[in-house]
Design a protein around this ligand. Structure first.
Ligand code: AMP
Length: 390
């Protein structure tokens, strides 16, 4: 994969596709991890006297009201503080104002362009990779660097579109993500996959791809109940993904020694954090009960398997971690992996959020910034953002 280091960027106009899709509340940035994640690539461009043009999306833009709430201006201000230099901001995603700013750039200057998805308002031009838009943005620079791992599984004008017109490479953030994930191509064994979260549907491809490669797949979270139901166990009011019952049944039949299901659960009658829970064996869940976390026996059982692991990939929390009562076992197993120095990769989204709340995201081998991108990588799919660079 061509990286920024393989390209001569000295004094050139470098377009960097960043992932500034940060959580915002009332116009304030709630968590700037993603902005800080882009700094190494930006700093490298500054060190090479490049003229820097930054592009990013923020949220989704479907209607006019979405424009104000997804304005990238606060990111420009925040970036200015982090880099301790002025950041120019183009209110528009195209046109004379933007072109004039780009023409005025001196080496070391930075302009952030307004949210690329403003272009979605008029016919989804960004998200459908409108060829004219990609070509237009490419015309603003000399070199293209993609550093937005979170959208690498999508073909948008601001990544694939631009890459098809300019000399292109990946930035340091994407390089780091790919290096960490490449561990999984030839993992040190035992190689254990931990899967949780709500929907089986999202993980069918991952299970199919990893079941032949992994030594064990430990399943918790809401998705465990569809597997249990497929075995004929009554699951009460717990989460069920009817459409994937056959898939779960087939996996259990074909890989009976690989897939491990929970032995017990923390169950309650309502989906709330307010009620007391009881611990029930997996086959003793009552018709009015739902399991919201794995139980302690399951945790010990899973830890017994994980203690010998040399590589672990984990996607999806093992319980409703947003509720204080049902985050315990996800947190404890995360802590167990850290304490035992087990090479652990967290596959984006909710499990990284759970690790961050528990203060463990920096202690694992790698916490991936891209949920959907990581899942598609784990499914063994080709990622359009990377293919365009190749
Ligand atoms: P996903 O996007 O499929 O990875 O699902 C993440 C969500 O799964 C989180 O919001 C969790 O609250 C939810 N989840 C985890 N365990 C359970 C469970 N036992 N019942 C219902 N939802 C769960």
């Amino acid at each position: 994969m061509k990286t920024i280091k393989d390209i001569n960027i000295d004094n050139k106009k470098v377009i960097i596709r960043c992932d500034f899709n940060v959580p915002m509340k009332d116009g304030e940035i709630v968590d700037d991890t993603r902005i800080r994640g882009a700094l190494p690539t930006i700093q490298y461009c500054l060190d090479h006297n490049a003229k820097i043009i930054l592009l990013s999306h923020l949220g989704r833009v479907k209607e006019r009201e979405d424009l104000v709430k997804n304005d990238l201006a606060p990111v420009a201000e925040h970036l200015a503080k982090l880099l301790n230099q002025d950041i120019l901001f183009s209110e528009k995603t195209r046109g004379e104002e933007l072109e004039a700013i780009v023409a005025s750039l001196e080496p070391g200057d930075i302009v952030l362009v307004q949210n690329t998805r403003y272009e979605d308002l008029d016919g989804k031009k960004e998200s459908s990779n409108d060829p004219e838009l990609g070509e237009y943005w490419a015309s603003l620079g000399d070199v293209f660097i993609n550093d937005a791992f979170g959208t690498i599984h999508r073909a948008h004008a601001s990544n694939v579109g631009i890459a098809s017109h300019l000399e292109s490479g990946v930035g340091f953030l994407i390089e780091k993500e790919l290096n960490a994930l490449s561990v999984l191509e030839n993992p040190e064994r035992p190689f254990i996959v931990v899967l949780g979260g709500a929907k089986v549907a999202d993980k069918v491809g991952v299970i199919e791809n990893l079941v032949t490669k992994a030594d064990k797949i430990l399943i918790g979270g809401g998705m465990a109940f569809t597997f249990l139901k497929a075995e004929g166990v009554e699951i009460g009011k717990s989460l069920l993904d009817e459409e994937n019952l056959d898939f779960c049944r087939r996996m259990l039949e074909e890989y009976p020694d690989k897939i491990e299901l929970p032995l017990d659960f923390a169950v309650t009658n309502e989906y709330t954090d307010d009620e007391e829970y009881r611990i029930k064996k997996a086959n003793q869940i009552g018709p009015d009960e739902m399991g919201l976390d794995i139980g302690d026996d399951t945790r010990s059982y899973f830890e017994g398997i994980l203690k010998d692991a040399k590589t672990v990939i984990w996607n999806g929390p093992l319980g409703v971690y947003e509720f204080s009562k049902y985050k315990k076992n996800t947190d404890e197993i995360l802590q167990f992996l850290v304490d035992n120095n087990i090479k652990t990769i967290l596959g984006g989204g909710d499990i990284v959020a759970a690790a961050t709340t528990a203060g463990l995201d920096q202690q694992v081998y790698h916490a991936s910034t891209g949920g959907g991108a990581t899942l598609e990588y784990l499914e063994g799919k080709k990622l359009p953002g990377l293919e365009a660079i190749k």
